[in-house]
Write a protein that binds this ligand. Structure first.
Ligand code: GLN
Length: 536
């Protein structure tokens, strides 16, 4: 019999509900339970796949090829379980299914309504996920804030679901902001009280309130929250700032979150945090700094690259250096200023992206790093940029371009099976195997011939130019098992100039850093040692 945890948010959004859900997932997994997590998003997009990253942050891709909310990335990194297409449900997707059913006559002439049709769809989604994954504990995070109109069908569905599976098998956590008023130097519990009431008025009484504040709000405030929420004192948990994201599970454990959850659900309450703490010790023992530039066009919102940032962090724990991240807007890079923009960096990473904007700056950055032997790591679009740059500047194909953005010699072009497809959900998505060529940087990074990484792209290396580019010295370090799709390129000799068509950031974990991120940072570390810079 599975147990269910529901995580709601109150007062404001952006409180790190996802980190609470993910941290709890880890703490339960450390007790030996099989934990899965899922996210409900109240917006109407079918999935975040077509959303602009600067609005909504990164699109996280699961191994089975679903384009999902970035919180799923936190779940995977913290819980270290692969999630599936059943792990992210938007209002749009629930409605879409209901409306399709209606058109197919599946409701046998009945009036189709939010309750029961949409709510049933939501309930089915939870059950299906538990059935597919055989989870002992299913953690469901509800996006947005309690009280939003769009979120109401989810709340109602969960209310019903809890009655059906037995309230004793469920725990409801409400994550709220407890604001600090600097004028009177005190924390205020009133917004939490109101938010709890709002949730209660929809038929769900939270069992645990997690109060978010920069520092501890104090026992007195927690007691007040407990009283007004009608919960035990030890069920009000402080969620304070931590020096490193991965310290959150330890902080929440110390504040009693997992203890309260286990007591309510009747789960065993012993967990060994020593391995996790060893990792945190490595995080804190890092010495010295590597300056890494991220050259992209969504740099105004760092969440657009959250998995890449995290993967770089994970690698930095292995390499033992702190990261100094430099965000460079590729639209502002020109041939004239590239050397100034990338001054003093130890490595340049060009991440994924879509469309024409900012491309020229990325190509300049690639050229500058290759010529100056500054480590370059291109991911997806970043790999395509590397190929275009190499084609133009080394292979002499002056008008080399991608079919996505310019007319010319398309060294990168649409995959045959992508022609004429509509935009949503139609890319090459999810995990595919890749065969790694021996004696390449890719091989030294992974240490094996067969790897599997996740994809999200429409364009690829154009095989018409394969011979020309190989003759010009470009190494095709990885291909699909049948040899047809080029998955990775690099240059020969010294210098680190590597591009991969896949997204290795999605499988990196804090205690098992992505192989290519480690090899990139190691190259950056070597570069930094060779070019010892007094300011650092
Ligand atoms: N826009 C490119 C493509 O569709 C790259 C995609 C990406 O970087 N994720 O192939």
């Amino acid at each position: 019999m599975a147990k269910y945890v529901f995580v709601f948010g109150g007062v404001v959004s952006g409180l790190g509900k996802g980190i609470v859900a993910a941290s709890l997932g880890r703490l339960l997994k450390l007790r030996g339970y099989k934990v899965q997590a899922q996210k409900f998003d109240p917006y109407l997009n079918i999935d975040p796949g077509t959303m602009n990253p600067t609005q909504h942050g990164e699109v996280f891709v699961t191994a089975d090829g679903a384009e999902t909310d970035l919180d799923l990335g936190h779940y995977e990194r913290f819980i270290d379980e692969n999630l599936t297409k059943y792990c992210n449900l938007t209002s749009g997707k629930a409605l879409w299914r209901v409306l399709n059913n209606e058109r197919e006559g599946k409701y046998l002439g009945k009036t189709v309504q939010i309750i029961p049709h949409v709510t049933n769809e939501i309930k089915d989604f939870i059950s299906r996920n538990v059935k597919e994954t055989k989870a002992d504990v299913m953690i469901t995070e509800i996006g947005g804030t309690v009280g939003d109109i769009e979120g109401q069908p989810f709340i109602e569905a969960i209310r019903q679901f809890m009655i059906e599976v037995g309230r004793e098998n469920c725990v409801v956590i409400h994550v709220c902001l407890t604001p600090y008023i600097s004028g009177s130097d005190e924390y205020k519990s009133k917004p939490v009280q109101h938010s709890v009431k709002e949730l209660q008025s929809m038929g769900i009484a939270p069992d645990i309130v997690v109060t978010r504040s920069a520092t501890d709000c104090g026992q007195e405030i927690r007691d007040k929250i407990a009283m007004f929420a009608s919960i035990r004192r030890d069920c009000v948990i402080s969620n304070t700032d931590v020096d490193c994201l991965y310290a959150a599970p330890v902080m929440l454990h110390e504040n009693g979150l997992d203890k309260a959850v286990c007591r309510i659900l009747g789960l065993k309450d012993e967990c060994d945090l020593s391995e996790w703490n060893d990792m945190l010790a490595r995080v804190r023992a890092r010495d010295g700094k590597l300056k890494i530039a991220i050259v992209g066009k969504y740099v105004s919102l760092h969440d657009s690259y959250i998995s890449i940032i995290e993967a770089l962090q994970h690698a930095s724990y292995t390499v033992g250096k702190n990261l100094d991240m430099l965000w460079v807007d590729s639209e502002k890079i020109t041939a004239e200023n590239v050397c100034k923009k990338l001054k003093d960096v130890d490595g340049v990473l060009v991440p994924g992206g879509f469309g024409e904007r900012g491309i020229d700056g990325m190509i300049e950055a690639a050229r500058y790093t290759r010529e100056n032997k500054i480590p370059y790591f291109g991911i997806c679009l970043g790999m395509q940029i590397a190929v275009i740059e190499y084609a133009r500047d080394v292979a002499g194909i002056a008008d080399a371009c991608s079919g996505e953005f310019k007319e010319g010699s398309k060294v990168i072009d649409l995959m045959p099976d992508q022609k004429g497809l509509r935009l949503g959900g139609t890319m090459r998505l999810g995990a595919y195997p890749c065969i790694v060529k021996k004696d390449t940087r890719l091989y030294s990074a992974y240490g094996k011939e067969k790897i599997s990484e996740r994809h999200r792209h429409r364009y690829e290396f154009n095989n018409d130019y394969r011979e020309t580019l190989e003759n010009a010295g470009l190494v095709l370090a990885g291909t699909s098992p049948d040899g047809v799709i080029v998955e990775a390129v690099e240059t020969k000799g010294d210098g680190y100039f590597v591009g991969v068509q896949f997204h290795p950031e999605f499988t990196s974990r804090p205690n098992r850093a992505g192989a290519l991120f480690v090899s990139f940072l190691t190259a950056a570390d070597n570069y930094s040692k060779e070019h010892g810079d007094i300011q650092k």
